[in-house]
Design a protein around this ligand. Sequence first.
Ligand code: DGY
Length: 326
Amino acid sequence: MSKGKILITTRSFRRMEGEHKQILIDAGYEMVDSPFQRPVEAHELADLLVDIDAAILGVDDVSAEAFSKANKLKVVSRYGVGVDKVDLAAATDKGIVVTNTPGGNANAVAELALGFMLSLSRNIPRQDRQVRGEDWSLLKGVELAGKTLGILGMGRIGQRVAELANVFGMTILFYDPYAPSDDFLNRVPCQSSEVERILTDSDFVSLHLPLLPQTANMIDADALSKMKNTAFLINTARGGVVDEVALNDALISRTIAGAAFDAFAEEPSIGNPLIQHDNFISTPHAGSSTEQTTLRMGLMASQNALAVLNGERPEFVVNPEVYDKA
Ligand code: DGY
């Protein structure tokens, strides 16, 4: 007989076999897969959480309604870092521990950000479409070497982007209220800067900030107007950090040269006007979707969930105040 049920909504976790799943099976739990091939809405999650002991979740809507029928739930284990879609107060109120997997996807997201920079600067998606259409004409690109990269948010992902960009010979400016370690600053040439200067001086601006009240729509029409008209905006963080209407206008008026998004304000992002622009490219929130990260982050998420189920305190707790209630 199973010890209990663990709901898995995240698609990449479900699709791969590996230790991340095996440790749940070995511990005697039954995995229950979400029937949806997309992030789930709060009311859908509410139904899925009935009789569930632990949930390993992607970027689903975990607002208070999601917990309304959660009669056994002890832990929400985020497969990922961002917890902007989890109502932490509601979880704490119900005594549900929320965990995440910091660092687990840093390299995968950073490589995608670099991929976006190369794709935009060398027009790779556009030229690919041309060749498929038997059009052999050339578009002129720019090289990353010698260009300035502005990184907003210098946590684990931002730091990895800086390391990679450094290898490409870029000058790196960054903004973060928390300074990276001295070890990092000694190793990777980069300069702390005000947001304003990052916007005005960078050829590429890459976002690696969490979505918080202070960062919501941080890149608005005013911020976009400060950027060079040759600059590119890369968003592998959260859609809500950028005002998408303002970006749409900026792409039409060529206020900036182009943009690339892995994260949108609404996901799935269907019928979004941004997607029609030649100078805009996107992926479906796929930053963590690599073989290595699925295994690494999946294992972290499973270990976090099992720790709570075993009555232990996991390493990465997002709502530590839940333990004050006990
Ligand atoms: C994160 O880490 O939050 C990513 O968006 C993947 O879920």
